[in-house]
Design a protein around this ligand. Structure first.
Ligand SMILES: Cc1ncc(COP(=O)(O)O)c(C=O)c1O
Length: 396
């Protein structure tokens, strides 16, 4: 019987913390309760019509077979055009771009492409859950560094300087940041670029939320001098075009990285869904007005959420979230853990949020609230949170 067990490697791979909340919220809904879904990082909008239309036409034209491993040429060209227009970055679509199954696969392929056994990767803590798991599965060692809320949720540089070692291979930037909504300033992005150069590191730049910035810096470190060679840009159409279910992301990087990623892709996924890629190409090549409309609505919700969170007892915002669609309030109740507060809010107020601990040790004592739900749900959810937190504060 000893052989028929799952691999030891899986011991370090847990189910995502968010899944537990989502399942419990669904159970409550099955019992007829209305739950406000602040736990999900998924835009509530439909994918823009011209993107869907292009995918439908691709199906009708018979684009139902395997695609090239790196992605269909028209999509890679459309992405290269977008990166040039939006970020002034020049990538050769034939050799320096690979399309991936969402930004998440882009991260996995990146780490698998660059890490040798025991290589260390500096990561933000809190961070998007798959980061440390992807590093470990690629044989690397995650080195988590706390963020400073008052500094746009940027790394604590003293801690980063202490943590860097001869084994450090890469440092991660995720701005706008999940789960805090932090957006780094130009100076902060330049500082991480200089750090990567000084210590000869790869810079893994997770741009999943790059179009959701409300008054903060939109620059990409890949555009800074000497950074193109060492930056691995991982991006996604999921949040930008409300396409989370289409599974389209990308890596833009120098040719050896893309070559390695394509070899991995060839053996793991083979290729992405062909007609979905045609839809994605229409999204990248067409009018970008749809992004502006969605981002404007997120900005409106953000304003409401910030106002209401600031008036809610028992929680406070230590930093100002300027991007993505998240806020990450700190819980100020001395006698309750963030897990207990998250459970309480779901059980008593019908509001699903994610315990900050699900994003790392430094997330402890916080919860993540995603305002990727309607304006009305944002208002109702925050009213419910305020009522529930008032009761908790009075009980203290
Ligand atoms: C920071 C970050 N990176 C990457 C992703 C991956 O998104 P997708 O695989 O849908 O592109 C997410 C999704 O929530 C995220 O929050």
């Amino acid at each position: 019987m000893g052989n028929i067990m799952v691999a030891k490697r899986l011991d370090q791979i847990a189910f995502a913390g968010i899944r537990k909340v989502f399942e419990k919220a669904n159970q409550l809904e099955a019992q007829g309760k209305k739950v406000i879904h602040f736990e999900i990082g998924r835009p509530d909008f439909d994918t823009p019509a011209h993107i869907k239309e292009a995918a439908k036409q691709a199906l009708d034209k018979g684009f139902v077979h395997y695609a090239p491993n790196g992605g269909i040429p028209v999509l890679r060209e459309a992405l290269a055009g977008r990166l040039a227009a939006d970020k002034e970055l020049t990538y050769n679509p034939d050799t320096e771009i690979i399309m991936t199954a969402g930004g998440q696969e882009a991260l996995y392929l990146s780490f698998l492409s660059i890490l040798n056994e025991g290589d260390e990767v500096i990561l933000p803590d809190p961070c998007f859950g798959p980061f440390p798991l992807a590093v470990r599965l690629a044989g690397g060692v995650p080195v988590k560094i706390g963020l400073q809320p008052q500094q746009n949720y940027c790394y604590d540089w003293d801690a980063v300087t202490r943590a860097v070692s001869p084994r450090t291979k890469a440092i991660v930037v995720n701005s706008p940041h999940n789960p805090t909504g932090g957006v780094w300033s130009e100076e902060q992005l330049k500082a991480v670029a200089a750090f990567a150069c000084k210590h000869d590191l790869w810079l893994i730049c997770d741009d999943a939320y790059d179009h959701l910035v409300y008054g903060g810096c939109r620059l990409s470190p890949a555009g800074f001098p000497e950074m193109r060679e060492r930056t691995i840009l991982c991006g996604s159409l999921s949040k930008t075009y409300a396409m989370t279910g289409w599974r389209i992301g990308y890596i833009a990087a120098v040719e050896p990285v893309i070559n390695a990623a394509i070899r991995l892709q060839q053996n793991i996924m083979l290729s992405l869904c062909t007609f979905a890629q045609h839809g994605a190409a229409a999204g990248l090549a067409g009018s970008q007005d749809c992004i502006r409309v969605m981002a404007a609505e997120f900005a409106r919700r953000r304003q409401l959420v910030l106002e209401m969170v600031s008036q809610t007892p028992g929680i406070e915002l230590a930093g100002i979230p300027k991007g993505a669609f998240y806020v990450f309030p700190r819980i100020t109740l001395p006698n309750m853990t963030s897990a207990q507060v998250a459970d309480y809010l779901l059980d008593n107020a019908g509001v699903a949020v994610v315990d900050g601990l699900a994003f790392g040790e430094n997330g402890n004592g916080h919860f993540r609230l995603s305002y990727a739900v309607s304006f009305e749900d944002c208002r109702e959810g925050l009213e419910r949170i305020a009522t529930a937190m008032t009761v908790l504060v009075q009980k203290q």
